[in-house]
Write a new protein. Structure first.
Length: 633
């Protein structure tokens, strides 16, 4: 192993340790110092809670339903995430101000969450009684230490590898060791475009690694599904992973639609309804032998509770029944694993005990540029070759530590391979989302002008003689009476807001809706994305939408969220409130151009930017964007 590779991976581990320590310190600070009201505003806590019904779910877990007051806060609770409970003593008010917080000494996990209702697992009935008797109950996110432990273990294994496939892949990904290719004739896929066909063939030819680079709207998922399907003609089984459960379910659903046998590994409460029937647990329960297993387990419980006969005889019978239960469990497990052509899970989910000892000819990692390198190695340890899919010009992994960010922890394994082994990369070049006018700017800025619009989307629009992209410059925006608004940004906790710009954003969209006409919008179901890089502005926009009766007929057509929440989505109309407006030209994380690439490439037919040109155009990228918009008029 070269010293450079050792140094790089050791530095990655140190940066990951920095991120872990930062998260740990932040969690302790939030637990001990930050008031409940601020936790709630940041989406880290639900308070006050109302305890609802409790029951045992299909996995025989005790769960309890909780609800919170309705609000528009973007919370960070997701199925599977660890949480801790707290109560506030009577000296505080109902908003969490003033009273001492008391934390319960156990950890739960989110089982299900929607709107203002959440289902949470509990360890036992005694804990449930404590919660029901608690005064002013709340719940907050807990540090997910398991994921960090798995990433550290994976990095340590990669660094320590002296021989074998793991060591070979490490040297190929980070050093000069060449990658290999097969040389058989290309396979034709007439239903794919030329670049998609080329990408699938490059995957089939790759002996070691392949990268499918899929810019927005280029059919990355379609291409990846075809590559997986064709790989399964040559291999009995493959492992398909992604960073998030949502991404895993998306690719898994497409494979199911294609007729592929998929076994979804992971918490069933974290998968979509469509994929629920493909989870290991549900398939296990549906196996013909499960009823016998259930009967054996029931007999074991009855024997434990029984007082008839001698104790020794009962223990002997229990031992025989346990052996029988183990045999049945093993038989069902083997059948499920052998029947599945695709094992689908998150990267950390690949460490699930159900996959212990399993090896795969090919590992596919979707949305690979949103995953930390250490997370990728968790799954790579089980594979002979790896196929990465994603777009390193879009959102990177979420890094919370400024020090880790500066050190390059967000530089992904796929990026290293793109840089070290460009011959492994296949760029998808035909996009099916944006009209030509919207596509051209990101095409030149991020993709070297190599993208082209599919004929069916190239010239489409909403209105005749409309301009597909426009920028409303806030200092130039006037009221009907000739007066101007104050468009200065404001601090809002850890976020930023610009109330005047929020009003202008909705006024602009309202005028555009009036041009289109209510009947046409509802009949054609033209959908809208209201995007802002700042959570504070998103919250403000949601409040204003709710208060204005004009939007009532259209509320199910309008989605408001941060840039990150729109990753992978698209809308007919996108309106972006950029927020930053100051004399110093400070634009914060708008400097991360990958974030802006995501924002502007969500639009199919109309893109409206709202923001202070003078503030933003001090950065060359935004100056070029403004000039491009001007050139379209």
């Amino acid at each position: 192993m070269s010293e450079n590779v050792v140094s790089l991976l050791t530095r990655q581990r140190a940066l990951l340790r920095e991120e872990y320590q930062y998260e740990l310190a932040e969690f302790r600070r939030q637990t001990e110092a930050v008031g409940v009201e601020r936790k709630v505003a940041r989406g880290l806590a639900w308070y006050p809670l109302t305890i609802g019904r409790s029951y045992y779910n299909s996995l025989d877990q005790l769960v309890v339903e909780v609800t919170k007051p309705a609000d528009d806060v973007d919370h960070q609770f997701e199925p599977g995430k660890p949480v801790c409970w707290f109560s506030q003593d009577a000296s505080g008010d109902r908003y969490g101000t003033g009273g001492l917080l008391h934390y319960f000494k156990f950890v739960s996990h989110v089982s299900y969450v929607e709107a203002n209702r959440m289902v949470i697992t509990l360890p036992d009935e005694g804990v449930l009684a404590q919660l029901r008797n608690a005064y002013r109950l709340g719940v907050q996110l807990y540090l997910d230490e398991l994921t960090y432990r798995l990433m550290f273990e994976a990095l340590d294994a990669v660094i320590a590898a002296r021989s074998g496939r793991l060591a070979e892949l490490r040297e190929m990904f980070h050093a000069s060791q060449p990658i290999g290719k097969f040389t058989f004739a290309p396979v034709r896929f007439p239903w794919l475009n030329t670049s998609q066909q080329a990408a699938v063939n490059e995957v089939l030819w790759a002996k070691d690694v392949a990268v499918v680079h899929g810019p927005p709207g280029t059919g990355k998922t379609t291409t990846l599904v075809e590559a997986i399907y064709e790989t399964l003609r040559r291999e009995n089984q493959v492992l398909v992973c992604a960073q998030s459960n949502m991404a895993v379910d998306w690719i898994a659903e497409k494979l199911v639609d294609r007729g592929v046998s998929v076994l979804r590994i992971g918490n069933p409460m974290r998968v979509t309804d469509k994929m629920l029937s493909f989870t290991y647990e549900r398939r296990f329960e549906d196996h013909p032998l499960y009823q016998e297993l259930w009967a054996v387990r029931r007999s074991i419980r009855q024997l434990y509770d029984s007082r008839s006969g001698s104790r020794e005889a009962r223990h002997q019978k229990i031992a025989r029944l346990k052996d029988r239960a183990t045999d049945i469990e093993y038989t069902i497990h083997q059948a499920l694993m052998q029947d599945a052509k695709v094992i689908a899970c998150t990267l950390t989910g690949s460490a699930n005990r159900l996959l212990d000892g399993m090896k795969f000819g090919t590992l596919f990692i979707d949305e690979a540029t949103q995953a930390l390198e250490a997370a990728c190695w968790i799954a790579i340890r089980k594979a002979h070759r790896v196929v990465f899919a994603g777009d390193h010009k879009q959102l990177p992994p979420t890094i919370k530590s400024p020090e880790a960010m500066r050190g390059g922890l967000d530089h992904t394994l796929m990026q290293y391979i793109v840089e070290q082994k460009p011959q492994a990369v296949s760029l998808l070049t035909v996009q099916y989302r944006m009209c030509e006018t919207i596509m051209q700017f990101p095409n030149q800025e991020f993709y070297e002008g190599r993208l082209q619009s599919a004929p069916e989307v190239k010239y489409r629009g909403i209105l005749d003689w409309d301009t597909a992209i426009e920028w409303i410059d806030t200092p130039m925006a006037f009221e009907d009476d000739g007066s101007t608004r104050d468009y200065q940004e404001q601090a809002a906790g850890l976020s930023r807001i610009n109330p005047a710009e929020a009003e202008l954003t909705l006024d602009t969209l309202k005028r555009y809706f009036e041009k289109i006409g209510k009947e046409r919008i509802l009949e054609e179901r033209l959908d809208v994305g209201l995007i802002s890089p700042y959570k504070g502005q998103v919250y403000l926009l949601r409040q204003m939408l709710r208060r204005d009766s004009f939007w009532k007929p259209f509320r199910n057509l309008i989605t408001t969220g941060t840039v990150d929440s729109f990753q992978g989505q698209e809308r007919d109309i996108i309106v972006i409130s950029l927020v930053r407006s100051n004399e110093e030209g400070q634009i914060g994380f708008l400097r991360d151009l990958r974030r802006m690439n995501v924002a502007i490439t969500r639009a199919r037919m109309k893109l409206i930017l709202i923001g202070n040109r003078k503030t933003l155009a001090r950065m060359p990228f935004y100056r070029r964007l403004a000039e491009y918009v001007d050139s379209q008029w």
